[in-house]
Design a binder for this molecule. Structure first.
Ligand SMILES: NC(=O)c1ccc[n+]([C@@H]2O[C@H](COP(=O)([O-])OP(=O)(O)OC[C@H]3O[C@@H](n4cnc5c(N)ncnc54)[C@H](OP(=O)(O)O)[C@@H]3O)[C@@H](O)[C@H]2O)c1
Length: 326
């Protein structure tokens, strides 16, 4: 049944970077009954509208990739919106999906659910073992609530209603559909924009915040989409073999990290920027290292396919084609 290509699948957030990649992956696999609503057509913070949508459409499966997402600046500037909108979206979608009879749902979280000082690489067990990074705490709290919401529905209604709601925690993602906003974007799209502008303006130097030594992990978004569909389709025994009723999420990472300095060099190379790259150590670095432990999902058969070098070239081509949202 899980592989039935006729199943009605609702992708919440289908115009976002992850949602659109999940749509591409489902279409590639031959799924024919995908349904979507734009933010304008259906505001997922609106409980009545979401209830009406699910009661009318009655999808079989849901991918929950709609969220208010952003970098440090956006998280710091709009903490109220980050916690309110994310909690509302996921509460509405999970609850109304349940009421309308959805048996399978996948919730997209984030690596920021883990404590600021979590042991590296961060395993699923690190959840709720320490204080969060303050800058994105409201967002992380919403994401943790989303995992616990899925778990709680499974625990209370799993047997009686046959529901199976799962969660995946991606590392930092990049690729087609990314957000290239000068202030609200993540590190890869921000650097692609900066190096691109430096190249066309013949700027002799690009200065990057911090020392360049922090290590970060990046996953190409199509790999994430493949992992999402993989986890959604995984048979119950395999999923249960790597999870617990109260630790039900799976990490999805590339498996290795890279310094910001090396990342900047790789981006400059993929763009063809030949000026100088320097660092401003008076600006904050953030955590020295953030790497997910993805051994659980690796053990049951998922691995990434696109490395950073290849992924950056595709991402830059998409940026040039004007597919970027600013
Ligand atoms: N990007 C990453 O590096 C990354 C890393 C880890 C986890 N994730 C997770 O992956 C998920 C998707 O992220 P993304 O990068 O794809 O974000 P995105 O590109 O910003 O897409 C999010 C989508 O959700 C929609 N949305 C937001 N609020 C909505 C609302 N109230 N009603 C209806 N639609 C709404 C947005 O529509 P509008 O644009 O029209 O508002 C957008 O299409 C999130 O849960 C995020 O935490 C992302």
């Amino acid at each position: 049944m899980a592989n039935d290509l006729q199943q009605k699948i609702y992708i919440a957030g289908h115009r976002g970077m992850v949602g659109s990649a999940i749509v591409r992956e489902l279409e590639r696999l031959g799924y024919t009954n995908l349904i979507y609503r734009t933010h304008q057509e259906l505001d997922l913070t609106n409980q009545a509208a979401v209830a009406s949508f699910f009661a009318t459409e009655k999808p079989d499966q849901v991918y929950l990739a709609a969220a208010r997402v952003g970098g440090i600046y956006a998280n710091n500037t709009y903490p109220a919106q980050f916690i309110y909108e994310n909690l509302m979206v996921q509460n509405n979608v999970v609850h109304q999906a349940f009421l309308s009879g959805v048996k399978k749902l996948l919730f997209l979280g984030s690596s920021c659910i883990y404590p600021k000082l979590a042991i590296q690489p961060m395993s699923e067990e690190a959840l709720l073992t320490g204080k969060l990074e303050p800058t994105n705490e409201p967002y992380a709290i919403a994401k943790i609530a989303g995992i616990k919401m899925c778990e709680s529905y499974n625990r209370q209604y799993g047997q009686s209603h046959g529901i199976d709601y799962r969660s995946v925690m991606p590392t930092n993602l990049y690729g087609p559909g990314d957000n290239y906003h000068p202030e609200n974007s993540h590190v890869i799209p921000a650097l692609i924009r900066r190096f691109h502008e430096a190249k066309i303006n013949h700027a002799p130097e690009v200065v990057i915040w911090g020392t360049g030594t922090p290590r970060r992990e990046f996953l190409y978004v199509d790999d994430m989409a493949a992992a999402s569909v993989f986890v959604m389709q995984l048979d119950r025994l395999a999923y249960d073999s790597q999870t617990e009723p109260m630790q039900s999420h799976l990490n999805v990472g590339f498996g290795s990290d890279i310094t910001i300095a090396r990342l900047a060099t790789a981006i400059a190379k993929s763009i063809g920027y030949q000026g100088k790259i320097s660092f401003d150590p008076s600006k904050p670095d953030g955590a020295p290292k953030k790497l997910m432990d993805s051994s659980r999902i690796n053990r049951i058969g998922w691995k990434p396919k696109i490395d950073l070098e290849k992924g950056l070239v595709i991402a830059y081509q998409e940026f040039l084609q004007g597919n970027e949202r600013v």
